[in-house]
Design a protein around this ligand. Sequence first.
Ligand code: SAM
Length: 285
Amino acid sequence: MLNKSTLYVVATPIGNLNDISLRALDVLAKVDVVAAEHTQISGHLFAAHTISTKLISLHQHNETIVSSKILALLNSGKNVALVTDAGTPAISDPGAILVQRVREHGYSIIPIPGANAAICALSASGITNPHFLFYGFLPTKTGLRKRTLIELKPQLYTLIFYEAPHRILECITDMIEVFGPQRELTIARELTKLFETIHRGTLKEAYSWLQEDTNQQKGEFVLLLSGAETTDKSEISEHAEHTLKCLLIELPLKQAVKLTTEITGENKNSLYQLALKLKNAPCSE
Ligand code: SAM
C-alpha cells in the first residue's frame, strides 16, 4: 500500500535496465501516474519490467505547467512518481521545480534511491580523497567554461563533471590550459553499458587516449578531476605565474600576490609561496 497524495522521486537505471530497486519497481507499478522526462524512454523501462502505469511528460520546458497539474492530482488524493531518462531526478535533470512546489503545498515527498552516474563513477575510480564536489555540466562556451574552471581550480575536493561526447575533447583542452597537463583525470564512459570504460591518468594522457581512438569519444561521460594540492607550484597556471612575475617587478610581494589572486582566481597561499621563490626573478616578456 502506498501513502495517499504523495510524490515519489524515483531513481531509474543509467544504462543497464536491471539497475533498479525492487522498491522502485513496486512504486512505479502502484502509483496512479508517472511523470517522465521522455515517456518513450521510460516506456522501454516499463516494458522491460511489465509496468503499465500511465505516463505523462514532464521536462525542462514544461515543468512549471505540469507541476500545477501534478499538484491537482495530489490534491485529489492521487499518488504520482517522478522519473527522468536516467539516474536520479533533479540531479542535472528536471524535477527540482516540481519537488519545490509540492513541498511548498505541504504534500509528502518520498525519495526512492538508486543509480546516479557521478556516484557510480566515483565508486569505481579508485580516488582515495573522501571529499568531492559535484558540478554537473560545465558551460558549453569555451570562454565561460575556462572562467568556471579557474574558479574551481583551488578546490581541494575531487571535481565531478558531466560532459557531452561532442564537447569532450574541447573540455579536456580547457582543463589542460587551466589546471596544467599533470592533474589527474578519471574518465568514466558508458557506465553499466556494453562499452563501459574507466580510464585514469593525467589530463595529458587522457587527451591522447581519447584522440587516438574516436570510439572512446562516443557515449556518455563522467569526468573526475583530482583536487588541488595547495602548496604544489605545478598547480599554478602559466598565466598566473607570468602575472605574478610581472607584478612583482612593480609591487611589494603582498600586493602582487593579492592582485594576482584577484586577476586569476588562483589559490592565494600557493601564489604567496611561489612569490617567495620568485621574488628576484624578472619578467621575461
Ligand atoms: N540524473 C542523472 C544522474 O543521476 O546521474 C544525470 C542526468 S544528466 C542529463 C545526463 C549526463 O549524466 C550524461 O550526459 C553523462 O554526463 C552522465 N551520465 C548519465 N548516464 C551515464 C552513463 N551510463 N555513463 C556515464 N555517464 C553518464
